[in-house]
Design a protein around this ligand. Structure first.
Ligand code: SF4
Ligand code: SF4
Length: 179
């Protein structure tokens, strides 16, 4: 969808109904993170919820509501360690369905990156990060795996180029050193 076809309301256009307060400064914090800048296109249609596996399996998880909280500037709540955002499985169904090209999954990834900057990611995420840093893979490769692949006519898993992994993670590692 072209940018022209979408209507992006400006912050000033948005109604401030009685009892509804928008924290624009907090929302701008999200909009500065890669992937977070499209949240203001969301017009709350709910199409992203219809095919969301996490919404089906986790009570309280709803990408439309996450977009609404972000629109209102509730960023601190969304980046807390116990935030519901970590239930998102990054399946990208919402990316395909959103008529406004908000790319909700990418807004959620931006929120996860903000949470990580604050050191508020769950322990499981830290473990996966460490596994990728050390091996280049997000899960251990057990000895039997390649034998099973061979039985299915698949080639062995390729070697990981750890130089590439180190290069990809370098900005993050440098941030960690300076903080
Ligand atoms: S589908 Fe897009 S516009 Fe509709 S609620 Fe979800 S993010 Fe917002
Ligand atoms: S990427 Fe996340 S929010 Fe989007 S449909 Fe998949 S689980 Fe739901």
């Amino acid at each position: 969808m072209s940018d022209d076809a979408r209507k992006k309301p400006s912050a000033e256009d948005q109604p401030q109904e009685a009892g509804v307060q928008v924290d624009f400064a907090a929302r701008r914090r999200l909009e500065k993170v890669l992937g977070g800048n499209r949240v203001s296109y969301c017009y709350q249609c709910g199409a992203c919820v219809g095919d969301c596996p996490s919404a089906r399996f986790y009570a309280g998880f709803n990408p439309r509501e996450i977009m609404l909280t972000a629109l209102l500037g509730g960023i601190d709540k969304l980046v807390a360690e116990d935030s519901i955002i970590w239930k998102c499985s990054n399946c990208y169904n919402c990316y395909e369905r959103c008529p406004q090209d908000v790319r909700p999954v990418e807004v959620i990834i931006a929120l996860k990156n903000l949470a990580r900057e604050n050191g508020a990611q769950p322990d499981e995420v830290t473990s996966i990060y460490e596994m990728i840093r050390k091996t280049g893979r997000s899960a251990p490769v057990l000895g039997t795996l390649n034998r099973k692949r061979e039985g299915m006519g698949l080639p062995p898993l390729p070697e990981i180029d750890m130089e590439e992994i180190r290069e990809i993670l370098r900005p993050d590692e440098e941030d960690g050193e300076s903080s």
